[in-house]
Design a protein around this ligand. Structure first.
Ligand code: HEC
Ligand SMILES: [Cu+2]
Length: 476
């Protein structure tokens, strides 16, 4: 058994590093007529930014300089991790070249790093996608060249043993090979890349987290995030667009394990290039992005809304971090959408109140505090819990805590107002800033008085009681 395992590994690494002389001749894409003119140094960008479109009509020599940096960074507020990065952030820097370009790739390994690394770009036809030529020790630089034969959006990643661990620590990014004829101009282009992370502590456990090999083998991540961090695309970091603009998202998935069901709540992809290839699909709700794969999605922003980017394997979104926002500002268009802009959109697809409707059974006589607590607990579980969590502690960067919240400590009627009217804009709760949207909840006066009473008397809060008449007053 052991022998078989070692033999398999040996074959795999031998292939990656080019120990076998494989010859594979094909003329199909040979760029015979392509003359390389001049040279350029590629502009690389950190997510969510994308380098400018290529307007050049000829092939050139593109010099790409990328440095591997091992670095402790935040995975979430208060949670840090030793990320291994291409360019100092997760995902790695976005590379943009043109079909037919001769790419001269320079890989540097920062002298302060502890380990050797390399790079396998899926855009490369050649041994290990470049991995064989770029095995680089700390403080060194390697170089190799390739011609970008096939247009498309490709993942690149480290392929140094143990490969899974290098990828799990954040070593991936995207390279776009624009087709010769270029891409249709759009108003906004953004770079979004998903990844799953395996930490010694559970989701949200503070402090420096170690990589957990056991969880990685079981494919049970604690974090599933966009652009390397919980909250990287929400609040002040949200993507932005105006009504009428067309947005193109270059979506990647570094994995290492999970496949993403990429979806934007509140809009439909007019165009999708599935798997980052050349096929064009239209009118898509959710597109699969394989681990080690990509997709390009395009959509027109028709009405003002906060669009929510999710992996629609939805527990990952509400419990592991794969949530982003695209704020679309501009004029309402009631023909396309009317109603209360932000909260309705949220409720219609992502909100908890829609998925778990409550049938109001109106009591005939006033409830005692004890009865309110019982009813309130049930309302909390079916309505509030999806966001504020069972323990009332919320989710850092996304949903504020109700446990010991200083937001309403001095005035319990504030809780009623938040529930009846919803809440948006920046709020500070226990010293942490939140800038999300809480939809107003369609609950009866009785249900609200119960759930608010429940919140005031749970999660270590200091008590209190409210009545349906208080709710009626607050509604006005
Ligand atoms: C869809 C997610 C969601 C649901 C469901 C939800 N909330 Fe919220 N809640 C939020 C968000 C997001 C904020 C912060 C809004 C902001 O940033 O302006 C918030 C803020 C609050 C606040 C003020 C800040 C604080 O932490 O004290 C209270 C109180 C509150 N919610 C109570 C409730 C109660 C009670 C329910 C159930 C009846 C509920 N929420 C349901 C998302 C939600
Ligand atoms: Cu590596």
């Amino acid at each position: 058994m052991k022998n078989i395992k070692y033999t398999l590994n040996a074959v795999l690494y031998a292939l990656l590093f080019g120990l076998f002389a494989v010859s594979c001749n094909s003329d199909k894409n040979t760029p015979a007529s392509d003359e390389i003119k001049g040279e350029e140094t590629a502009v690389l960008t950190h997510a969510p930014n994308v380098p400018p479109p290529i307007t050049r009509k000829f092939s050139t020599k593109m010099i790409v300089n990328l440095e591997v940096i091992e670095k402790e960074m935040e995975m979430m507020d208060g949670v840090t991790y030793n990320f291994w990065t291409f360019g100092g952030a997760v995902p790695g820097m976005f590379i943009r070249v043109r079909e037919g370009d001769l790419v001269e790739f320079h890989l540097k390994n920062n002298p302060n790093n502890k380990l050797p690394h390399n790079i396998d770009l899926h855009a490369v036809s050649g041994q290990g996608g470049g991995a064989a030529a770029t095995f680089t020790a700390p403080g060194h630089e390697t170089k190799f060249s390739f011609t970008a034969l096939n247009p498309g959006l490709y993942i690149y990643h480290c392929a140094t043993a143990p490969v899974g661990m290098h990828i799990a620590n954040g070593m991936y990014g995207l390279i776009l090979v624009e087709p010769k004829e270029g891409m249709k101009p759009v108003d906004k282009e953004y770079y979004v890349c998903q990844g799953d992370f395996y930490t010694s502590g559970k989701y949200g456990e503070s402090g420096l987290q170690q990589f957990d090999m056991d969880k990685a083998l079981k494919e049970q991540p604690d974090y599933v995030v966009f652009n390397g961090k919980v909250g990287s695309l929400i609040g002040a970091n949200s993507l932005k667009a105006k009504v009428g603009e067309t947005v193109r998202l270059f979506v990647g998935n570094g994995g290492p394990n999970l496949v993403s069901s990429f979806h934007v709540i509140g809009d439909i992809f007019d165009n999708v290039y599935p798997e980052g290839g050349s096929t064009l699909n239209h009118n898509v709700q959710t597109t699969l992005v394989p681990a080690g794969g990509s997709a390009i999605t395009e959509f027109k922003c028709d009405v003002p809304a906060t669009l929510i980017l999710v992996d629609h394997s939805i527990f990952r979104t509400f419990n592991k971090g794969s949530l982003g926002m695209l704020k679309v500002e501009g004029e309402l268009n009631k023909k396309i959408y009317s109603g209360q802009q932000d909260d309705r959109i949220y409720q219609s697809e992502g909100g908890a109140s829609q998925t778990m409707p409550i049938t109001p059974t109106e009591p005939t006589k006033p409830l005692s505090k004890e009865e309110k607590m019982t009813q309130g607990k049930a309302v909390y579980a079916s309505t509030c819990q999806a966001c504020h969590q069972a323990d009332g502690k919320g989710i850092p960067n996304a949903f504020p805590p109700l446990a010991g919240s200083d937001y309403f400590a001095s005035d319990p009627t504030k809780v009623i107002r938040v529930v009846t009217h919803g809440l948006q804009g920046e709020v500070t709760v226990n010293g942490k800033k939140f800038n999300g949207i809480m939809p107003k909840q369609s609950l009866s006066d009785n249900q609200i008085s119960s759930v608010v009473t429940y919140v005031l008397n749970s999660f270590g809060n200091k008590g209190g009681e409210v009545n349906p008449s208080d709710v009626e007053k607050a509604r006005k």
